[in-house]
Design a protein around this ligand. Structure first.
Ligand code: ZN
Length: 414
């Protein structure tokens, strides 16, 4: 399976990237080096954009693999070059992804330093930034300098939801690769190829609205299916004020549980790894004891070691907290997209629009809601859901529970 086959419903993108990878390979093979590759269509900075689920990070990684590929045409998916990139073990690939809500200058400086060194195994030194929309201002400025004067064999691959999410000074230096959401048919066919039952694949493909990774989870994970069903029951629960508040609390606690499940194991592994690296036992953080592995310094030295360890562990705790909050917001956003999809289905029924439902397995409920209100009310409810999504995305300080409570109350009173 070539690296391009993993990009579902992205024919135009695959054509552009495989052409660039071939040009890069031919330019270098001709002995002209990076300048010849550039003349043949290769460039140092790429910006991959696309809505959540379109797979812009997958596309960036597939391109990175094709630049490292040892075969012709590049991107075989089988050779060591392709394999090491796809498993993130390639020596010439450096990936930077934010652990929390933003990507700081420290990480980007390390990346820029790395970009200056020559590739060790392959032909290119590849620097992948998975969430270029979360660069802090200082980080973006540090990156800009590297993009202005890139090292001969360095290739920067930036990923963001849209070009508008990246500073104009940065995006003007990048060649943009815009991915689109694959159609439900594309997603369904991909799931069926992966061995999913046809009917399950159909429902998952439609409910995920083109989000391939989510479609995979819906098709395989019972908990994800149960969460979605709970979200789609919300409109039926909004009777009294207390019911609205309870529905909001359930929605937020499901998102918290999702985040907990996703992060708990990783947090623990990271904390243990850091403690081992620092040579401290669990109790040393409080400064009351030291482990057998702590250096045998004098009393003053020991205090400094313990303080240093406590600082590093606090820093890790902060990172994990920030990542946890990010995961909660992502889960909540997904729930709101499902809810918006349901109101959209209700509106489609009220208007007799005759287009496919997003939640085909909830058509009966949608028909019930459609009979109980006017299209104007449905539209206002849909807008309320989308407005809550936008404000949660815009205001990192917003308390999710308060935002969702005012949403469920607005849905009832509209
Ligand atoms: Zn290969």
């Amino acid at each position: 399976m070539t690296v391009w086959e993993t990009l579902v419903g992205q024919d135009a993108v695959v054509a552009a990237l495989s052409a660039a990878a071939s040009a890069a390979s031919a330019g270098l093979a001709s002995g002209g080096g990076a300048p010849a590759a550039a003349r043949a269509g290769m460039t140092h900075s790429w910006l991959f954009t696309g809505p959540a689920g379109a797979g812009h990070q997958d596309a960036a990684r597939a391109f990175a693999a094709s630049l490292t590929c040892e075969n012709e045409p590049p991107g075989c998916g089988e050779c060591t070059g392709c394999h090491t990139v796809l498993t993130d073990t390639a020596t010439d690939l450096r990936t930077v992804q934010p652990e929390g809500l933003s990507l700081g200058v420290k990480d980007v400086r390390a990346l820029v330093r790395d970009a200056a060194s020559a590739p060790t195994a392959g032909r290119w030194r590849i620097l992948l930034i998975t969430d270029a929309d979360r660069l802090t201002e200082a980080a973006a400025n540090a990156l800009l300098k590297a993009l202005e004067e890139p090292a001969d064999r360095a290739v920067f691959l930036l990923c963001a939801p849209s070009v508008e999410d990246v500073l104009p000074t940065i995006r003007s230096r990048c060649r943009t690769v815009a991915l689109r959401l694959p159609s439900a048919t594309d997603v369904r066919d991909a799931l069926v190829r992966e061995g999913v039952n046809e009917q399950v694949a159909e429902t998952a493909a439609r409910a995920s609205q083109g989000h391939l990774a989510l479609a995979r989870r819906l098709a395989s994970d019972e908990r994800v299916r149960a969460n979605r069903a709970a979200v789609l029951r919300i409109p039926a629960r909004l009777g009294r004020v207390g019911d609205c508040l309870a529905a909001a609390a359930d929605l937020v606690s499901a998102a918290n549980a999702d985040a907990e499940a996703a992060n708990a194991e990783r947090d623990e592994v990271e904390t243990e790894a850091l403690k081992t690296a620092l040579g401290v036992g669990a109790t040393a953080v409080g400064g009351k004891s030291r482990s057998a592995r702590a250096p045998k310094a004098g009393a003053k030295g020991r205090t400094m070691v313990v303080r240093g360890a406590a600082g590093a562990l606090k820093e890790l705790e902060r990172t994990q907290k920030s990542r946890g909050r990010r995961t909660v917001l992502d889960a909540l956003d997904r729930a709101l997209v499902d809810l918006a999809g349901l109101y959209r289905d209700v509106l489609v029924q009220q208007l007799g629009a005759g287009v496919d439902a997003i939640h085909p397995d909830h058509c009966v409920e949608a028909a019930g809601y459609a009979a109980a209100c006017t299209p104007e009310q449905t539209l206002r409810r849909l807008e309320a859901v989308l407005a809550t999504r936008a404000s949660l995305a815009r205001n990192p300080g917003l308390v999710p529970l308060l935002a969702v409570e005012s949403l469920t109350l607005a849905l009832r009173d509209t």
